[in-house]
Write a protein that binds this ligand. Structure first.
Ligand code: PLP
Length: 414
């Protein structure tokens, strides 16, 4: 579908790209073509300026000082919580725990929700296509409790085999964990359907939304999951920001994971009482400036609108897929019916890392490697793939420049 073929307003790419200072730079004397957005996105000046403004004008610690700056810093930090709650349609801002990213969010659920509940013989269900942040925390708490981690299989197109996932939702499963969108394949998982099946069996579902939130509107209430983890730096915000949304009943029942300042009601050697969620889970000084940037990032998405973003990204994905199919010996890994703009591929006779290094010399930034998804690489029987991941600020011309560079470096390696 082309953005211009329907009533969706087209993105003003020249204006948008002017907002991203880094997109104007050259790499090895070539214009940068940044196609590593699933790794981390670039940041618009609105986000950079929000962080800069915070340090220049508002810097203080949160929730401690009654002075003006302290109030402003607290306002910025808590304002980001409000913005995130709206962004994912959380029923309450108090259900949004601010974290350093998805990794902290999944570990919080592992240690604070899962570990106290797991008994020997219990299981956590995840899938073969997950990022390590949605596998290793479960393994760590399984090892401590005598539980196991099961992985639902996928098919050769890179789609979750939903019937198998449902079959694996046996009574020993105390938590199911699935990525909303695969960081390697771009596959969009049918989270609503999975949540429905989990609910029928009384099994809570955690969704790793890291790769979904940059591309599509997310409504945690409509999805029907129990936990939703996200990271800020893949959606225009600074590194070291993220969130865990969880249903109130879960947060109320979870003990704190980190202890320290900010998360207590009263500390006594005879026994400490804790603040209510979400503060109970936010010990220590957070990344306040980073969250000022999160609010600016979410404003930026709102200014464009996901309809326009999605139309453009869909057109880019279709264009990139078609162009890559023209490259002799190229095999796309991950051909799910519903994908976000992430394309993993292999080129016959060439190592992924060699290709990525040569593409870099042409100014093209793509990622090579296992993408923190070893089990998925094992499933496809490859040590690594190349991955081009697109964002709304990428253009058709950049896709063409990338394919031209690929054809050029391919010749060098053949
Ligand atoms: N989950 C997925 C699907 C990801 O792509 C990533 C980042 O690559 C993560 C989790 C981890 O995110 P972070 O390192 O920001 O915590």
């Amino acid at each position: 579908m082309n953005a211009k073929a329907d009533a969706t307003p087209a993105l003003d790419l020249a204006r948008i790209r002017a907002d991203f200072p880094l997109l104007a730079r050259q790499v090895h004397g070539k214009p940068l073509v940044y196609l590593d957005n699933a790794n981390t996105s670039q940041k618009p000046r609105q986000v950079i300026e929000a962080v800069d403004r915070h340090y220049r004008e508002h810097n203080a610690n949160v929730a401690r000082a009654v002075h003006q700056l302290g109030e402003e810093a607290t306002g910025a930090y808590e304002g980001a919580r409000d913005a995130l709650a709206r962004f994912i349609n959380a029923p309450s801002r108090n259900e949004v725990v601010l974290t350093s990213g998805t990794t902290q969010a999944t570990n919080l659920v592992a240690y604070s929700y899962a570990l106290p509940r797991l008994q020997p013989g219990d299981a956590i269900l995840t899938t073969v296509m997950e990022h390590h942040a949605n596998i290793v925390p479960w393994q760590l708490v399984a090892a401590r409790s005598g539980a196991t981690v099961k992985a639902a299989p996928i098919d050769g197109r890179g789609e979750l085999i939903v019937e198998k996932f449902v079959e694996l939702l046996t009574p020993e499963v105390k938590l199911a964990c699935v990525g909303h969108v695969s960081n390697v394949l771009g596959t969009v998982n049918p989270v609503r359907e999975l949540a429905r099946e989990c609910r029928k069996r009384g099994i809570p579902l955690l969704v790793d939304g890291s790769q979904a939130v940059p591309h599509r509107p997310v409504d945690v209430q409509a999805l029907g999951c129990d936990f939703y983890a996200l990271t800020g730096h893949k959606m225009l915000a600074p590194t070291g920001t993220g969130a865990l949304w969880a249903k109130k009943e879960h947060l109320d029942a979870m003990p704190p994971f980190f202890g320290g300042g900010e998360m207590i009601r009263e500390v006594r050697f005879g026994g400490t009482t804790f603040a209510d969620p979400p503060h109970k889970f936010e010990a220590g000084t957070p990344n306040i400036a980073g969250f000022a940037g999160v609010a600016a990032a979410l404003d930026y998405y709102a200014s464009l609108g996901f309809d326009a973003i999605r139309a453009h990204e869909r057109a880019l994905l279709d264009h990139a897929t078609a162009r890559l199919r023209e490259v002799p010996g190229l095999r796309i890994i991950g051909e799910a019916a519903e994908k976000e703009p992430v394309i993993s591929f292999l080129l016959e006779g060439a190592q992924a890392t060699d290709l990525a290094t040569l593409l870099d010399l042409e100014g093209v930034a793509v990622r090579s490697g296992h993408h923190c998804a070893h089990p998925l690489m094992q499933f496809f029987g490859v040590p690594a793939t190349l991955r081009a991941s697109l964002a709304f600020y990428n253009t058709h011309e950049e896709v063409d420049a990338f394919v031209a560079a690929l054809l050029k470096v391919r010749k060098l390696l053949m």
